[in-house]
Structures are given as C-alpha cells and as structure tokens.
Design a protein around this ligand. Structure first.
Ligand code: DC
Length: 218
C-alpha cells in the first residue's frame, strides 16, 4: 500500500508520517528532505540556485538514501538529517524546488523508492504527481498561525532564536511559493481526504489516518 500525504509547511506531515510508518512497518518517504539535501549540496558547492542545468547535474551525481525506516537521510554516504533542517535551507529551498527538470529527477527517484510499496510518502505533489494512484490520499492542513507556532517550537528546541512574526512571515512566503509555482504546485486533489490539524493532537491525526487505512484494506 502507498499512503500519500500532501500539505503546507507545518501541517504535521513529517511527524504524522513518521509515526504512521513506524506503526505500520512501512518506509517513511520524506520527499521534502530530498529537496532539502539537494539544496544543502548546492549551497555547499556554491551552485547558483537559479541555474537549472547545474542543479540537474548536481542531482544526477548525488545519491540520496533513507535509513532506519526513513528517519535518517544520507547524502553521498553522509548523514545530513540535521543539516537539512536549518533556517538557511528554509530560506533558499523555494528557488531550487521550482525547476521542472530537477523535479522530474526527484519524482523518478521517489517512484523508484515507492516501487516496492508499503511506504508513507509526504510532500507537496505526492497525491497529484508522484503517486496519483496511491491507495490512501490525505491532505493535511492547519491555520497559518498554528503552523508557524509549531515551526517556532521546533526551531527553538534546536537553539535558534527567532520570533513568531519572523517564522509566520517565512511560512507564508513558502506557502505562496509552493501554491503558485508552475510545476508540481501544492493543491488539494479532488480524491484526497482533507484533515484540518489545527485543533487536533498528533495522536488524533494518526488515529484518523489509521482508520482510513483500515477501511481501505477491507
Ligand atoms: O516538507 P518540507 O517543509 O521539508 O519541504 C521543504 C520544501 O520543499 C518546501 O518549501 C516545499 C518543497 N517540496 C516540494 O516542492 N515538493 C515536495 N514533494 C516536497 C517538498
């Protein structure tokens, strides 16, 4: 079974997908982490983020692997799980992810990983482009305020000193970019089940999705 989850930043996709994957014994395929890894490598190598050819070349010469059920992301043999979640990557990634040919390469890699089945995949274009025939399609959302609050908490735990306005502005900027890009934009597909997580606990969201999965299995 393929469980596909889309939604904006901070909707709870990664947290929920990780728990779901663990409970079901599936792989957690965090596609945002793949785009983050390419952004990290581009920044480290001084690649111009507007240069699609250079980014395509970089992606073709990169090996992205998931270990430990998807909880660790390995780029060219190095664990970059922590390095890819910094505000610097958040700031730069929107430029990288809008390039169509780069997205095509990443989508191919994601489908290859999905060939074996039994994955919980999450991102922005999973229900629409990567796995449109997934057995379970979910769209997670939450208010901008709540999503910014969650992201601020996450950043504070990592030692970053930002305020709520900064994080809310950054989240709104990424939303706009994700929703309006020409290729692979975030949108609610007509057969995805929307879940508003604003007033739900993580466990409640996981439970809701597990119920949908169980029904689908029958
Ligand atoms: O889910 P995330 O916040 O880690 O994603 C990081 C960025 O990558 C986000 O700004 C949108 C982009 N992304 C994308 O364009 N397509 C995906 N399938 C996953 C993420």
């Amino acid at each position: 079974m393929i469980i596909a989850i889309d939604g904006p930043a901070g909707a709870g996709k990664s947290t929920v997908a990780k728990i779901l994957a663990k409970k079901l014994g599936y792989l957690h395929l965090n596609t945002g982490a793949m785009y983050r890894a390419i952004t990290l490598k581009a920044l480290q190598n001084g690649v111009d983020l507007d240069d699609e050819d250079a980014l395509v070349n970089l992606a073709k010469n990169s090996l992205i692997e998931f270990r430990d059920g998807g909880s660790r992301i390995i780029l060219d043999g190095n664990d970059v799980s922590k390095e890819i979640k910094t505000p610097d990557i958040d700031k730069n990634i929107s430029i990288v992810v809008k390039h169509p040919r780069l997205r095509d390469i990443m989508v191919d890699q994601q489908r290859k990983i999905g060939e074996k089945g039994n994955i919980v995949s999450e991102g922005r274009d999973i229900t629409t482009v990567v796995f449109p025939d997934a057995e379970v399609k979910i769209y997670l959302d939450a208010s901008l305020e709540e999503r910014a609050k969650r992201r601020l908490g996450e950043l504070k735990r990592k030692g970053y000193n930002l305020n709520i306005e900064q994080v809310q502005n950054e989240t709104a900027r990424r939303d706009e970019s994700d929703r309006t890009r020409e290729y692979g934009a975030l949108r609610l597909s007509e057969d995805a089940i929307p879940i508003d997580t604003t007033n739900l606990t993580i466990d409640e969201v996981v439970q809701k999705i597990l119920e949908i999965v169980e029904k689908r299995k029958l």
